[in-house]
Design a binder for this molecule. Structure first.
Ligand code: GCU
Length: 598
């Protein structure tokens, strides 16, 4: 394993949107490098003369067999599959190149730093700034950043990214998954200016209601990027009349409790975040003279027996599953607008909850949902047959979990961290997932942990959930496909045995339909078949004791290489309630009506 001494990894910065930044989005040149000629020599050893050198002939006889500046361009952020039709099915290496004049090249590096930030790159990324290797990142759905202050120069700078989305058994996700393996620099790229001593992380959470406590209490903690003692960190939440200064300890950390001082008599109330009232408070956190602003909501989430309690009140999660794909016609979603469109479709359905499957979606998706009053289930792609025994695979999954929680742990609407989907039972799997669940709690003990399980034993219409992971989760969730992978006529007869005193979420159910295809309700792929399937399933779900919510599969038809039926699927999974063009199928109205009754 080649290591690069000069790597510039720094922990993921909290709330990157709170800092001055220079966007590097836009046109990037790219070179498709099927055999990684730009990285390995003909003996498959990493070469020093790779494309990252961005070499140009100096003399007429010089042999340079690539030229970024003469190579085609594509818009970043995006996936390459929908940008260049020759790359629709492509899985392999593509090199990306961007020239830029840095707004931060004249920084006083003693007092300020510049971070190069990527929202996500699928899957394996090597990053070079001015031909220097700054870092190697794996995992296609979480952000990462590098301190490139010392590499930036006046005038023209270059950033080169080698992106490889080939699938391997030891990866997360592993070799097979039912979504399109969109490759590329799929989310925003920016240079971020930060003070030399900055807030690497901070956390604000409403403490669970304590009947004895006169006022609600908020826990606050923060960590600087350096283990500096004696630094002043001031928290201000003007609307709650909170202003408190803390002093960092030897690790550069602060922690404490703050209490809103509101004069109820004066109609000042502490407004808790909820779907009906997605209240966000402006929060300012200062380290010395530097201040970061954020908008944070306050709410509590917990379970009591088979109930999920939001702000102490039972809630039924009227959800829908969503893939991180553009609303119309495929391609990775990556903007606030994409998010608002998809989430407004969920709102039309009557949803107060979405399952962002099967990997962390772009940050705007979570933040727009927070503004729209939509609760979120966020998940890492530990999906199907992961290499449970491989320690590298575990470290990879753990890192993706760390980064998912690091990015979104201040979002009030995120209530469930999911660590897996439909994983086959085995002792190795149990150890892997058990460790992940416990690790997640060390990172965030204020939210619920779950995973999408499967019902393995069904006989005589009795479906019994039997999963060792039940003891590690707060919410027992499972996928079931009565009506699609099992006969719809069985639905009325089905009995469900879920021997755990925990809330139940049906994290997937559904069936496919080609929009506009009509026929008898027992004819697959017709809208009537899907409509009937939803009617039968909703009635069946009403009988499941302890059902606290559901996220049917799925909001919209989405691209999948596993769906090849001509004239019906055409590389789309057709289980959407909306077509890939946003057209509502008949089943949409069945679920909407069912949610109106909830
Ligand atoms: C599975 C899986 C999904 C998949 C769906 C389907 O349950 O979790 O990722 O797309 O079923 O078969 O359509």
């Amino acid at each position: 394993m080649t290591t690069w001494a000069a790597d510039k990894d720094v922990p993921l910065i909290q709330n990157v949107l709170g800092y001055e930044s220079q966007s590097l989005n836009g046109a990037w040149n790219y070179i498709v490098d099927v055999q990684e000629e730009g990285y390995y020599d003909y003996r498959m050893n990493p070469t020093r003369w790779g494309f990252f050198q961005n070499a140009k002939p100096q003399r007429p006889e010089d042999l340079i067999e690539y030229d970024f500046d003469k190579s085609p361009t594509m818009q970043i952020p995006s996936d390459w599959n929908t940008q260049d039709e020759k790359l629709f099915f492509y899985e392999g290496t593509v090199w990306f190149y961007k020239q830029f004049n840095s707004q931060f090249s004249t920084l006083n590096s003693q007092s300020e730093r510049a971070l190069l930030y990527f929202g996500a790159v699928n899957y394996d990324a090597h990053v070079y700034v001015n031909t220097q290797h700054v870092g190697h990142h794996i995992g296609g759905f979480t952000p990462f950043n590098y301190d490139v202050t010392d590499l930036l120069k006046e005038g023209v700078n270059t950033v080169i990214v080698k992106v490889d989305n080939k699938r391997h058994a030891e990866d997360v996700p592993t070799q097979i998954f039912d979504w399109w393996n969109y490759g590329g620099i799929t989310r925003d790229v920016k240079l971020v200016k930060v003070p030399a001593v900055y807030l690497e992380d901070y956390n604000l959470q409403l403490m669970k209601a304590d009947a004895k406590a006169k006022n609600r209490e908020i826990s606050f903690s923060a960590k600087l990027n350096q283990p500096k003692a004696g630094e002043q960190v001031t928290l201000r939440i003007p609307e709650l009349k909170i202003e408190k200064t803390f002093t960092t300890d030897a690790e550069g950390k602060v922690a404490g409790i703050v209490t809103p001082s509101l004069r109820r008599g004066k109609g000042e109330a502490f407004s808790l975040w909820s779907p009906e009232n997605p209240k966000l408070y402006q929060v300012k956190i200062s380290v010395g003279v530097n201040t970061v602003e954020d908008n944070i909501g306050f709410r509590t989430i917990e379970t009591r027996d088979k109930q999920i309690l939001l702000n102490g009140q039972p809630i039924f999660l009227k959800g829908i599953s969503i893939h991180n794909e553009k609303p119309n016609g495929g391609g990775r979603a990556n903007s606030a607008e994409d998010a608002r469109t998809l989430l407004s479709w969920a709102k039309e359905l009557g949803c107060n909850f979405v399952r962002l499957a099967h990997y962390p979606h772009h940050e705007e998706m979570v933040r727009e949902a927070e503004k729209m009053g939509i609760l979120v289930w966020s998940e890492i792609p530990v999906y199907w047959t992961i290499a449970w025994k491989n320690p590298k695979t575990y470290e990879n999954a753990k890192q993706q979990l760390t980064d998912m929680i690091a990015r979104d742990h201040n979002r009030a609407n995120v209530i469930i961290w999911s660590i897996a989907n439909e994983t086959p039972h085995s002792p190795e799997r149990d150890t892997f997932l058990g460790n992940l669940a416990q690790y997640a709690r060390t990172l965030d003990n204020t939210r619920l942990i779950s995973m999408a399980m499967e019902v393995t034993g069904a006989s005589n219409y009795v479906n019994r959930l039997n999963d060792n992971m039940n003891k590690y989760v707060d919410v027992v969730s499972f996928n079931q496909y009565i009506g699609w992978y099992r006969d719809v006529n069985d639905a009325p007869k089905m009995k469900w045995e879920i021997p755990y005193n925990k809330p139940v979420i049906i994290s997937e159910f559904g069936g496919g339909a080609r929009y506009g295809l009509h026929g008898p309700k027992n004819q697959r792929w017709t809208e009537e078949f899907q409509e009937n399937l939803y009617e039968q399933n909703c009635a069946m779900l009403d009988k499941i004791e302890g059902l606290a919510g559901t996220t049917p599969w799925i909001l919209k038809d989405f691209r999948s290489p596993r769906r090849v039926l001509p004239g019906v699927q055409d590389y789309y999974n057709r289980k959407g309630l909306f077509s890939d063009k946003g057209e509502k199928k008949k089943a949409f109205y069945v679920l909407k009506k069912w949610y109106e009754g909830k």
